[in-house]
Design a protein around this ligand. Structure first.
Ligand SMILES: [Zn+2]
Length: 723
């Protein structure tokens, strides 16, 4: 496990601090430092690569027993780039050249620099990567490569990009491959283009969606391929070390803005297909993330990574700074909670941003783990405890793997593209997704995010939620039908599949939901009120609803109406094969995200249980309320169960239930050398210890398994490990 801290973003911190800082970093219990390797800094003169400062840092780290992660910042380019490679600027949607500047988070280098679709720009970027890896691979303390930091490429462009001739050529080539020629494109798009040069990417929102959605999709694929191209340079030169990339936020949270298309920095699932792992940045105090929000981020990354590595590549070190403001300081226990939450989600590398407070631009005076927000001593003391715990329980932590969830939430990039093509952001889709994910986290229902092009993840799942999935293509519909017929439950919201990825609307009767269910939506109606009455499990629930209502009509036979409105069913349940469809004519997740209701959480719980899911670990008390919930995660390590329990403020004890046989241990099939634990003797209580407090946990037999009462302890979380 790499537990480390970002240290060097040249030329800071000043060299006079390095030696003492590294000693202190090591004394704090951290084992790794990260260095930003800036192309613009290293090759400030064309063809001359200067690594002196980095050589010294890598050597000093080695002397202190610290590993080094090298972050290759090829997107902060040399200032000579436009002199050496003329006409390589990014071009915006109005065909204006983008002027490059120093980046807000970087003291020296051109941003956004030249377009990497320009062959000469890429050739020079590749040369930088090649020189760097060749130079540093002999150093024994290099731990790995973070090949693309926050996947940045269009920073400070100030408008949608890139429309340069090289990018447009790549766009047309991609369409040509995808549709098998211009005739295929015309068929799919229902157009009459005579030549490829007539095919233009979308330039403005609110116009026909077709070419805008196609261009958005292309930008995602373009970033996926660029990450892969960097990997393909680095990995063959240094095959033994992991090569990953990381986003500023996981893909489902990248809803874009008018100047910035959604998911245009690539798709985490595609990265994990080809690279050794995927990561993300998180600044929980800065952005006021609670356990549910933070857990959702890591869950997204874990879902994308599947069996690849998960990196928390930038985790907030100290108080954030953005100009002349004072943000919240970072207290030690919050920070420790993030670390152990990350471990619970399967992270194997955690890097704090950063060691010292920054010294330039709007970030100055902020972010230092050892910085001046007043809480550094307590943070470093706590970090030492965690460093010791990680060493003491190294085998348990290294072998840990989170349990495979049986509940899925669909992430549909195509639906985001549609939303942005209309609104200039995909916030509706993001919020719909967040609503469902949040309700599941708060209910302690383990879930995975299922990306629409990676539906193999449905194997073994019992239920899939499809928040605001307006775009569904035939292949996706086919896979979903198979899932339901095989016993799965599909929960769809209003106008699910109302559009194809060609941006064209389908009449209600032409959608896959109508074909499968034999009932259809009547069309958009104004919401009669802010809530819907829903009958579920013999109880009336009041659920918030957003935007509009599309009631379902034609219900007969085995259709069960859960919510009746004037024009039909607001929610209907229809059996299909061995499974069922739950069809909702409104948007429930966004309404819940905007205004919390206990009833939505009850509704979600009923649906997952109705789909056959049963909890392995249950929070018996306290139950979630508006402000707080006990957050749990669990998995296995070499045949031993591991359960993470996080207590909310004001709750000093929790009663937990464990399903019969839970503590008997469970080996992950693929792990070589994994053994089943011995488990409890017949009729005896399982032996369980909290590795944070070191205390034994008293387990009592219950009709359905075992129960325990767990005190919050000083750190307000526990990590229970079976013997
Ligand atoms: Zn370009």
């Amino acid at each position: 496990m790499n537990l480390g801290v970002q240290y060097y973003r040249p030329p800071f911190p000043d060299a006079k601090y390095w030696k003492d800082d590294f000693k202190r970093i090591r004394d704090t219990g951290l084992n790794t430092v990260q260095l930003w390797l800036l192309w613009g800094w290293v090759e400030a003169v064309p063809g001359r690569f200067v690594f002196d400062d980095y050589d010294r840092l890598v050597e000093l780290a080695g002397q202190r027993g610290l590993g080094v992660i090298l972050s290759t910042i090829a997107e902060v380019q040399p200032h000579w780039i436009f002199r050496e490679v003329p006409a390589s600027e990014l071009v915006d949607h109005k065909d204006r050249k983008v002027v490059s500047v120093n980046r807000g988070e970087c003291h020296f280098g051109a941003t956004p620099g030249g377009c990497f679709d320009h062959p000469a720009v890429w050739q020079r970027m590749r040369q930088f990567l090649t020189q760097t890896v060749t130079h540093f691979r002999p150093a024994p303390n290099i731990r790995g490569w973070d090949a693309w930091n926050e996947l940045r490429w269009n920073v400070h462009a100030g408008a949608p990009v890139c429309y340069c001739e090289h990018t447009l050529a790549a766009f047309r080539r991609w369409l040509d491959e995808k549709y098998g020629g211009l005739a295929g494109l015309n068929r799919a798009w229902k157009r009459r283009y005579a030549r490829w040069d007539e095919v233009q990417p979308g330039r403005y929102t609110g116009l026909p969606y077709t070419e805008m959605m196609a261009f958005e999709h292309f930008l995602t694929v373009r970033a996926d391929r660029h990450a892969r191209a960097r990997y393909d340079v680095i990995k063959p030169l240094d095959p033994r070390r992991p090569v990953t990339v990381h986003a500023d936020a996981p893909s489902p949270l990248k809803s874009g803005s008018p100047d910035d298309q959604p998911i245009n920095r690539g798709n985490d699932w595609a990265f994990a297909d080809g690279l050794d792992g995927v990561g993300c940045s998180s600044f929980p105090k800065w952005f006021h993330l609670d356990d549910a929000d933070f857990g959702m981020r890591i869950e997204c990354v874990k879902s994308a990574a599947r069996d690849k590595r998960v990196w928390l590549s930038e985790l907030q070190g100290g108080r954030a700074a953005r100009g002349f403001q004072v943000h919240q300081p970072v207290d030690a226990l919050s920070q420790q909670r993030w670390i152990w939450n990350g471990i619970g989600c399967g992270a194997d590398t955690i890097i704090f941003w950063c060691w010292r407070d920054e010294v330039f631009g709007s970030e100055s005076a902020g972010f230092g783990l050892a910085g001046d927000d007043g809480l550094a001593p307590e943070r470093l003391a706590a970090m030492k405890v965690t460093g010791d715990l990680l060493r003491k329980h190294r085998k348990l932590i290294d072998g840990y793997w989170p349990s495979r969830p049986q509940v899925g939430v669909l992430f549909s990039p195509q639906s985001y593209y549609l939303n942005w093509a209309q609104d200039g952001n995909a916030d509706l889709c993001r919020k719909a997704f967040q609503g469902y994910a949040r309700a599941l986290v708060r209910n302690s229902i383990p879930y995975a995010v299922v990306e629409e092009a990676h539906l193999a993840a449905l194997r073994g799942m019992k239920i899939l939620f499809m928040p605001r999935t307006l775009v569904v293509d035939d292949a996706t519909a086919g896979a979903l039908e198979k899932f339901v017929r095989g016993g799965g439950t599909l929960v769809a919201e209003s106008e699910c599949g109302a559009f194809g990825s060609n941006g064209l609307y389908r009449y209600p009767a032409d959608r896959f939901t109508a074909r499968l269910a034999g009932i259809r939506e009547v069309g958009r109606r104004s919401l009669p009120g802010e809530t819907l009455d829903v009958w579920c499990g013999g109880e009336r629930l009041s659920l918030g609803a957003a935007q509009w209502l599309t009631p379902w009509t034609g219900a007969r036979g085995r259709t069960r109406v859960l919510s009746q409105v004037a024009d039909g069913a607001a929610i209907a349940e229809v059996p299909l094969g061995k499974g069922k469809l739950v069809l909702c004519g409104a948007y429930l997740g966004e309404a819940y995200l905007a205004r919390w209701t206990a009833d939505f959480e009850v509704f979600i719980d009923r649906l997952v249980r109705g789909a056959g899911w049963r909890p392995q670990v249950q929070v018996v008390s306290p139950r979630p309320d508006k402000d707080s919930f006990v957050y749990t995660k669990f998995g296995d390590s070499c045949g031993r169960r591991v359960v993470f329990v996080f207590f909310p403020p004001g709750r000093d004890e929790a009663a937990l239930g464990f399903r019969k046989g839970f503590w008997d241990g469970h080996a992950r099939g693929q792990v070589p050398g994994a053994r089943r634990g011995k488990g409890p003797a017949r009729g005896g209580a399982p032996a369980v210890r909290d590795i944070i407090s070191g205390r034994k946990v008293v387990m009592e037999a219950a009709p359905d398994g075992h129960r325990c009462r767990l005190p919050a302890g000083a750190w307000r979380f526990a990590v229970l490990a079976g013997d």
